[in-house]
Design a binder for this molecule. Sequence first.
Ligand code: G
Ligand code: G
Ligand code: MN
Ligand code: NA
Length: 256
Amino acid sequence: LQLTNALRRALERQQFTLHYQPQLDLASGRVCGAEALLRWTHPELGAVSPAEFIPVAEDSGQIIAIGEWVLRTALAQLAAWRAQGMPELTMAVNMSAAQFRHPALPEVIERLLAQHGLPANRLELELTENVAVNDTRSAAQIMARMHDKGVRLAVDDFGTGYSSLSQLKRFQIYRLKIDQSFVRDLDHDGNDRAIVAAIIRMAQALGMRTTAEGVETAGQLVYLLEQGCEEAQGYHFARPMPAQEFESFVRSQTAQ
Ligand code: G
Ligand code: G
Ligand code: MN
Ligand code: NA
């Protein structure tokens, strides 16, 4: 309850910020995208993890307004980067189930893309497997509409939920994000190596791309490259960071 009340004021008191984690194209080694990650700093509670407050915001319905703020802020940032002449980037935004099911979402997204003159395929919506597959008809309709519009759909934390391959194909998923729990022990766990290889093969067979999450070592990166994974993110490259640091990171890379 304390958290719900504090959350209610968080938007108007501007306590939210976004951090951006670079996503790397493995073939070129270049930054090709950013994942927007929500941060909340409360004056007394300090930094509260989204893992803690997102479920609260979902239960209270506040996730709709918070999620819209995230979309608005992330797309405004992407537009600013384009205006500055930064290399072409994709912006990945995490969506919770309630937000994705909300009937106003397509209009919100279409309005924001139009307002900033952004091509729809520069936005990638990250859904968990359960949203992508097990959810209501409205979610399926929203996915179809987003896909028709050109917005990309990514399945986050892939491998930890329940999805059937036929459903994945039907929903026209653009990308599978391989959950970091399979990446963590890639250097020494044969089962994880087999699972990751199988996910990449399957994605290729279904015409989807893969992003590995939580890459922390050069060994993991080498294995992912060998297996044909297209993109990766993780502390090996960079942590989630404020927009200005993200810009410096991209500049230092393109200066090389
Ligand atoms: O970056 P971090 O470890 O703090 O993220 C924790 C969890 O919170 C992750 O599962 C991430 O997907 C989720 N998360 C981060 N930002 C957002 C957001 O803007 N919306 C939603 N729904 N989830 C988010
Ligand atoms: O659920 P989702 O994949 O959106 O959550 C991403 C979470 O993973 C964020 O909290 C982010 O801070 C965290 N993260 C990103 N890169 C790494 C990494 O290399 N190692 C670990 N342990 N966490 C990471
Ligand atoms: Mn994510
Ligand atoms: Na994930």
